[in-house]
Design a protein around this ligand. Structure first.
Ligand code: 13P
Length: 251
């Protein structure tokens, strides 16, 4: 049985006050519930303070990106060890905005995944096709490449520290979520790939989140799909009014 995993990717949003208010509401709402795993990924500069505000709670704190190198002359970058140092327990890697806006390649994403696990961070690895790729019938080929390349250096015993997020690019920030059928098809395909890579036990245990225009009005029907094990939420994770209902409905 996979515990639903609902994570908020704040992207480059909120200020310090709004961030603290949001996590204070979230902390209280989640309490000591164990039927759902909840996490937030604030911008780097707020990680330290947000991790302190959530210390001892059941809400995990993670980063939205990290450097593939452990230290050195990499101006503007942040290492996995630094993230651990300020209280992060996971990192989102391979997000479509990193791939498409900042040109991250499958190779770089794979290197980052390895570096994150070595630093002691869990990983949410994002995969997903653009609308052009979907219309060209390339969805499976694209997510297969993202998944197999992204997991290239991950040992089987480390797979329990990896979550996959299926985020179709055309559904991100557009208000047009994938239908439960569309999400179900790709999630089932991804689970089959995981089985091929690491065997049935790993495939059964690995959580696959859906991301892309998740909101209170659609989260329950998406979570009802067999292979959908949670959500990676952007816009609707920025306010307690939308994220707290998602936590409740996403179980
Ligand atoms: P939205 O929920 O705003 O569509 O963003 C999804 C996303 O990219 C989460 O990582």
């Amino acid at each position: 049985m996979r515990t639903p995993y609902l994570a908020g990717n704040w992207k480059m949003n909120l200020d310090r006050r709004a961030a603290l208010d949001l996590v204070s509401a979230l902390r209280e709402h989640v309490g000591d519930r164990t039927d759902v795993d909840v996490a937030v990924a604030p911008p780097f500069v707020y990680l330290d303070e947000i991790a302190r505000a959530l210390a001892g709670s059941r809400v995990a704190v993670g980063a939205q990106n990290m450097c593939d190198e452990p230290s050195g002359a990499f101006t503007g970058e942040v290492s996995g060890a630094m993230l651990v140092d300020v209280g992060a327990s996971f990192v989102i890697l391979g997000h479509s905005e990193r791939r498409h806006v900042y040109g991250e390649t499958d190779d770089l994403v794979a290197t980052k995944v390895g570096a994150a696990l070595s630093a002691g961070l869990d990983v949410i690895l994002c995969v997903g096709e653009t609308i052009q790729e979907r219309e060209a019938g390339e969805t499976e080929a694209v997510v297969r490449r993202h998944l197999t390349q992204g997991l290239r250096d991950v040992a089987r015993e480390d797979m329990r520290r990896v979550t996959i997020a299926y985020e179709p690019v055309w559904a991100i920030g557009t208000g047009h979520n994938a239908t439960p059928e569309q999400a179900g098809e790709v999630h089932q395909y991804l689970r089959g790939l995981l089985e091929g890579l690491h065997g049935a036990a790993v495939a059964e245990a690995t959580r696959i989140q859906y991301g892309g225009s998740v909101k209170p009005a659609n989260v329950a029907e998406l979570m009802a799909v067999d292979d959908v094990d949670g959500a990676l939420v952007g816009g609707a994770s920025l306010s307690p009014d939308s994220f707290l209902p998602i936590v409740d409905l996403g179980r």
